[in-house]
Unconditional design. Structure first.
Length: 122
C-alpha cells in the first residue's frame, strides 16, 4: 500500500502546469474637440477638432498613466491597453478643474472615447 501511495504522490508532483494566456489588448479611440478656443487672428471660430493633443489613459484611480497617444491633424487618436477599467482626465472650464471620463475597455474590442475640452472662453 505504501508503494502505491508513493507512486501516486510522485505522479501528482509531475503534472503538467496550467499555462494562462493573456487576454488580447483593448483599443481606445476617439476624437478630441475644443470648444471656445481663443483665436490667434480674427476670423471664424477656432473651436473644432484639436490636432496635437496628448491623451493619457490612466488607471481608474487617476494616478498611473497606462498609455498615451497624440491626436492627428483630424483630432483623432487610437491606442491599446490591457483589458480593464480606466479614466481619461481632461481640463475643463474656468476656474480650472479637471473632468474624469471613466470607461471599461473589453478585450479585443474598441471603446470610443470622444473628448470635448471646453475652455470656458467665449
Amino acid at each position: 500500500m505504501k508503494r502505491y501511495s508513493f507512486v501516486l504522490l510522485l505522479a501528482a508532483c509531475h503534472s503538467t502546469p496550467i499555462v494562462e494566456h493573456p487576454a488580447p489588448p483593448a483599443t481606445v479611440a476617439g476624437m478630441v474637440t475644443f470648444v471656445g478656443l481663443p483665436c490667434a487672428k480674427p476670423g471664424p471660430s477656432c473651436s473644432g477638432p484639436m490636432a496635437g493633443y496628448k491623451v493619457d489613459v490612466r488607471s481608474v484611480d487617476g494616478k498611473k498613466v497606462v498609455a498615451s497617444a497624440t491626436t492627428g491633424e483630424d483630432g483623432r487618436y487610437s491606442l491599446t491597453v490591457p483589458p480593464g477599467n480606466y479614466t481619461i482626465v481632461t481640463p475643463c472650464c474656468i476656474p480650472n478643474r479637471d473632468l474624469r471620463h471613466d470607461f471599461t475597455a473589453p478585450a479585443d474590442e474598441t471603446t470610443t472615447m470622444d473628448l470635448v475640452i471646453d475652455t470656458g472662453v467665449r
